[in-house]
Design a protein around this ligand. Structure first.
Ligand code: NOJ
Length: 742
């Protein structure tokens, strides 16, 4: 009886909420269509125009009053109410503006850069981060962010790897969807929600040579199986908007790609939000050589399904003429405008267009700072810890060295326009405040990461006076992010020399990296005993790092990208195809090759003579102060039908004396497919907490449908056959089993 009641109640709740949703959708539809029916063509084109705030408030208000602007970006929040009033009270139809801004990993309270958040392998980290960002932004009147960036990135030269969620489509899908949920909350109209914008659609992270804005050549199977899935998952999570990318793929710039914007996005995925171009990415189709002039740009993009134009104004200036000529229709325009109005409606802008100036600010609230600190803790990855040198003893005298120990601005990372460096807690500041009982001496040795001076005398003296050196190295924030690609990703300036000089003192050395990308640090490893890697960790990074160094917290992050040994190994990623000649375990060391060795004596397999076949650290790698042992892999079935599922489980034991968290990872390999399949694919992960000595059985439910991919016929389905499966601590090792899909 009780069960019956529970299921009936559940059924009624679901039915009522479906009915309520349908009613709301109907109201929304009636509202936006009614509004559209009253709009002139000029007003429609105004809605499709997004302007960068680059003039005086008065001249901006004039355009807004005339209905020439639908959205503004980069406006000083203090001006929002004034300009919104011009739209709502002084324009003919009173349509509110949608105010956008790049709130990428925090508005004021800055969280770790997205690559760092991905390293947490904990979806609550990006979800909380986006929630905090939305809460702080919306109270200022910013209702739309240009995040998350879902570009799969397998090239550390590309500066925007910082803003990515790494190299893996599964991880990026989970973390990206979590960010969407965080930004958008329960309801877009809530006073702490903002519309997410998925970017950059699509393939931008595959820029040739890792040089930003460069062309991409992603074949359709790779596009379908790797680059598109994170976008689809984020749309399923309800993302309101999407931005096209700068690149051309196979010759077609994204802002003019009707296959992507119509067939994939609307017909297949049923996206009902709006699409915005990137900054002048529409007019740049002229430079690409894909459009003749601005009029051509407007025609191509409108036909392709672009709803709003960011900054280049080709719609505003050309569509009327194009309609007259018959090359585009009013219906094309109407569709775009309806998409935009729909999101404005969902954001509640027609009811609440203004910022509440009396609201008590949540910016830098203790709760936000606590979450940012926890995110930075979970985003750090311990890569080396020889002789358990970490955690440090609180009684030890520490020499704090290196240019990143007190880099308040740089620690915030790329895309932190609004973060205040005076609020940043650097590692040094953490020692001056919460960790003030620590006995330390500070001598940076270098003033900033590119510093080329070689006078390390004071730094060496400081280390000689201490028990252990902690050297903070890495990159200034300007060295990663948009348009900031590098062709050499070694530690920049004289940082490697500084490390060597410190090592020469004979004292133990801990290297703490604070950077925007995976750097090639192999050459530095022999000179350090431990490495704690932090992707620019944000406002609370210094405290988080001290928490980890002193063992108040235990590292639990795992790499969301492969760390290569040499830049020339790029692209190197764990989920690659096998080649017909995969490298054998034995690889000759280049220096041992005899002179005049016969051509085939090295074995004709796929590796580099000078850097081998392996990366420095594989995807999913990360150490802890705890030790975890994996055993007893069991599969609930070794044969499953194409609509079936199996449970894979293993026992994970914390064999150490320290409590800790471990990211348990599930990988599969589809051994034979209608197209060659990757050697491994991540299909699940769980972050579990184990007390010292504790064991847990971790279970993954793997549905056969999770194995589906776009094969030779470009239809997504499960192909029967043999599979390998691993439960493991990283992508390079693990307990291995097999099963068959019939
Ligand atoms: C260009 C960048 O590519 C994009 O990510 C950003 O959101 C826009 N500019 C707006 O600033």
């Amino acid at each position: 009886m009780k069960n019956f009641l529970t299921s009936t109640t559940l059924f009624l709740i679901i039915s009522f909420s479906c009915i309520a949703q349908q009613k709301e959708n109907r109201q929304e539809d009636i509202f936006i269509k009614n509004l559209l029916s009253r709009m002139t063509l000029d007003e429609k084109l105004g809605q499709m125009n997004q302007t960068h705030f680059n003039t005086t408030v008065d001249s901006m208000c004039m355009k807004v009053r005339k209905g020439q602007i639908g959205s503004l970006l980069n406006i000083d929040p203090k001006q929002i109410n004034r300009i919104q009033r011009a739209a709502v009270k002084e324009s003919r139809l009173g349509i509110p503006l949608i105010i956008g801004r790049d709130v990428i990993h925090g508005y004021k309270t800055i969280f770790p850069i997205p690559l760092g958040q991905a390293a947490s392998f904990n979806p609550r980290v990006p979800e909380n981060g986006a929630r905090v960002a939305a809460t702080e932004s919306r109270e200022q009147g910013i209702v739309w962010t240009f995040a998350p960036m879902l570009d799969i990135s397998r090239d550390a030269r590309w500066g925007r790897i910082a803003e990515s969620l790494g190299e893996d489509p599964y991880l990026a899908s989970i973390m990206g969807a979590a960010m969407v949920r965080g930004f958008q909350g329960n309801k877009l109209s809530d006073n702490n929600s903002m519309a997410a914008c998925l970017k950059h659609f699509v393939g931008y992270g595959a820029a040739e040579g890792g040089r930003d804005y460069n062309s991409t050549n992603i074949p359709i199977h790779l596009m379908r199986n790797v680059y598109l899935p994170p976008f689809q998952k984020a749309i399923e999570a309800g993302a309101a908007t999407l931005m096209t990318s700068f690149n051309d793929n196979d010759g077609i710039p994204s802002s003019g790609n009707d296959f992507l914007l119509r067939t994939v996005l609307r017909d297949e995925w049923k996206f009902d939000g709006f699409v915005v171009s990137d900054w002048e990415s529409m007019s740049e189709m002229i430079e690409h050589g894909y459009a003749k002039d601005k009029k051509d740009v407007a025609r191509i993009s409108l036909k392709a399904g672009m709803d709003m134009e960011m900054t280049s104004e080709t719609y505003l200036k050309n569509i009327k003429e194009l309609i007259k000529e018959g090359s585009v229709s009013v219906k094309d325009v109407d569709n775009a405008v309806l998409n935009i109005l729909r999101i404005k409606y969902r954001l509640g802008l027609f009811e609440n267009p203004y910022v509440d100036e009396k609201v008590v600010s949540t910016i830098y609230s203790p709760e936000h700072l606590r979450k940012a600190r926890q995110a930075a803790v979970e985003s750090a990855v311990l890569l080396k810890n020889a002789n358990n040198i970490l955690p440090l003893k609180s009684t030890a005298k520490i020499a704090i060295i290196g240019p990143m120990a007190n880099a308040a601005h740089d620690q915030l990372g790329t895309w932190s326009f609004d973060g205040d460096k005076n609020k940043t807690i650097t590692p040094l500041k953490a020692l001056q405040t919460e960790y003030s009982t620590v006995n330390y001496v500070y001598e940076p040795g270098l003033t900033y990461s590119r510093d080329k001076s070689l006078n390390f005398y004071k730094a060496i003296k400081a280390v000689e006076s201490a028990d252990v050196a902690v050297v903070f190295v890495g990159e200034e924030s300007i060295l990663s992010g948009e348009a900031h690609s590098l062709s050499n990703i070694n530690l920049i300036g004289q940082q490697s020399e500084l490390i060597k000089a410190i090592k020469s003192t004979g004292k133990p050395v801990v290297m703490v990296v604070i950077a925007g990308r995976p750097l090639t640090i192999e050459r530095d490893l022999p000179y350090v005993d431990a490495v704690l890697y932090n992707f620019h960790p944000g406002t609370m990074g210094g405290l988080a790092i001290m928490d980890l160094l002193f063992g108040k917290e235990n590292p639990s992050g795992k790499l969301p990208v492969t760390f290569v040994r040499e830049v020339g190994q790029i692209p190197m990623y764990y989920n690659h195809n096998n080649t017909g000649r995969p490298a054998q375990d034995w690889i000759p060391a280049m220096d041992n090759i005899p002179q005049e060795a016969p051509q085939t004596s090295l074995g004709n397999t796929s590796f580099y003579l000078d850097s081998g076949k392996n990366p420095l650290f594989p995807f999913g790698y990360g150490l802890s102060y705890s030790k975890f042992e994996y055993s007893d892999l069991q599969l609930s079935a070794t044969e499953i039908p194409q609509n079936g599922s199996l449970i894979a489980k293993a026992v994970i034991k914390n064999t150490s004396k320290v409590d800790g968290s471990e990211v348990v990872q599930l990988y599969i390999r589809d051994l034979v497919g209608s197209i060659a399949r990757p050697v491994k694919e991540l299909k699940g992960f769980q972050k579990i907490f184990l007390k010292a000595g504790e064991s847990k059985t971790v279970e993954f439910n793997l549905n056969a449908i999770d194995l589906a991919f776009y094969g030779r016929d470009l239809i997504k389905k499960v192909e029967p056959g043999d599979f390998e499966i691993w439960i493991s601590k990283n992508s390079d090792e693990g307990l291995k089993g097999r099963f068959v899909v019939r």
